[in-house]
Design a protein around this ligand. Structure first.
Ligand SMILES: [Zn+2]
Length: 375
């Protein structure tokens, strides 16, 4: 409408795109500069046009003349609207993406079709999402550049925290983050037990997130430290665990021996043995299960399930009687599973009865524990 005002030229042009998508027509620019914008219908014979220009010296734009009836009959004959650009998509999804970081390109395609009647090619939706992420979080490159600044700020404003950024010349190599509150909370309020694991990062530059998580008194996760590294290598696990060790034991007011729980990935197992030689290391049963299924494919589903439930009994057995009985049952059920367990599974790392550690206030090796149990 004549007289309608916009914040600036960009706002005016964004509104034009919205209108074109909504009314299903396309337009072309006759003039397009920082002081004035004139557009007409893409159909050259059509009378639709609008002209806006700056309000004197203000940055605001105002519509000066317009003819808002189409004489062309309107309509564009493609399912993809040319004005539904990736920029247009990004404006439409930016708030949804802020609320739901896992909002996918296919969700964008579905929502845009429902809300605006426009079919987006997948790539368009995906690129629109990329732009919106940039609007919300800034560019990935700029974020990496800020890490060194961030590390310095954390040390200054949050004393006792450990933030280490390793660079390879100018390039980010890896980063370690442990906040003082987490460190303090772990030492004061959690059992001396840490779960370690790594997972792939899905951002533009990939990489791996390594994490050390404890359990609090309510059996809830208590995040102690995390790191960003390029890969799950021996070197990175050793660096992560030794930096973690320095953070926990550095000011030597903490003397507990920490028990670690993780999968059996080689780099991690070696790193724990090297950096925390006194620490017992337990293997997560979920990973062990996956390993069992993979190594015993020939057994068939029902037999595997039966064997696994016996292995679980073995894992949780507290007394020699329970343990011996479950081992005998497994042998009777499948010699192969029994063999796998004793030869391939590192039992002392997941079987409660054989696990190294402190019981009844006495430090036990599997041998002395046996003596205690039977003696
Ligand atoms: Zn027209």
């Amino acid at each position: 409408m004549i007289g309608h005002r916009f914040e600036n030229a960009k706002d005016f042009k964004d509104a034009l795109c919205d209108l074109a998508v909504k009314r299903n027509f396309n337009f072309r620019f006759i003039k397009n500069d920082k002081d004035r914008v004139t557009v007409t219908c893409a159909d050259e014979d059509c009378q639709w046009h609008v002209h806006a220009s700056r309000d004197g010296n203000l940055p605001t734009f105002r519509i000066k003349t317009s003819q808002h009836e189409h004489t062309c009959g309107g309509g564009i004959n493609t399912p993809f609207h040319p004005r539904a650009s990736k920029k247009w998509v990004s404006r439409k999804v930016v708030m949804k993406l802020r609320d739901r970081p896992l909002y996918r390109a296919v969700d964008i395609q579905r929502d845009i079709l429902r809300d605006h009647g426009v079919r987006l090619p997948y790539k368009q939706a995906w690129m629109g999402k990329g732009l919106a992420k940039g609007i919300l979080h800034g560019s990935d490159i700029a974020s990496y550049d800020l890490l060194v600044w961030y590390a310095a700020k954390v040390s200054k404003t949050n004393p006792g925290s450990v933030v280490i950024i390793d660079t390879d010349g100018e390039r980010f190599k890896r980063g370690f983050f442990c906040f003082h509150a987490s460190l303090d909370g772990f030492k004061r309020g959690c059992r001396p037990m840490l779960f370690l694991d790594g997972t792939h990062l899905l951002g533009k530059y990939g990489g791996i997130l390594l994490g050390a998580t404890a359990k609090d008194g309510n059996e809830g996760f208590f995040y102690l430290a995390f790191a960003i590294v390029d890969n799950e290598t021996d070197d990175n696990w050793t660096w992560f665990t030794s930096t973690l060790g320095d953070a926990i034991y550095g000011d030597d007011d903490y003397t507990n021996i920490i028990t670690f729980i993780s999968d059996r990935s080689k780099g991690l197992v070696n790193a724990i043995a090297k950096v925390f030689p006194l620490s017992p290391h337990a293997y997560c049963l979920r990973h062990l299960h996956a390993n069992f299924l993979k190594s015993n494919g020939q057994l068939g589903k029902s037999l595997k399930d039966e064997c696994w439930s016996l292995i679980m009994k073995i894992a949780y057995a507290c007394t020699s009687f329970e343990y011996d009985e479950a081992v005998r049952s497994l042998l009777a059920t499948s010699g192969q599973a029994h063999h796998w367990m004793f030869q391939k599974s590192d039992m002392s790392h997941w079987c409660n009865y054989l696990f190294r550690g402190q019981r009844w206030g006495v430090k036990c090796t599997p041998m002395s524990r046996n003596l205690l149990m039977h003696g």
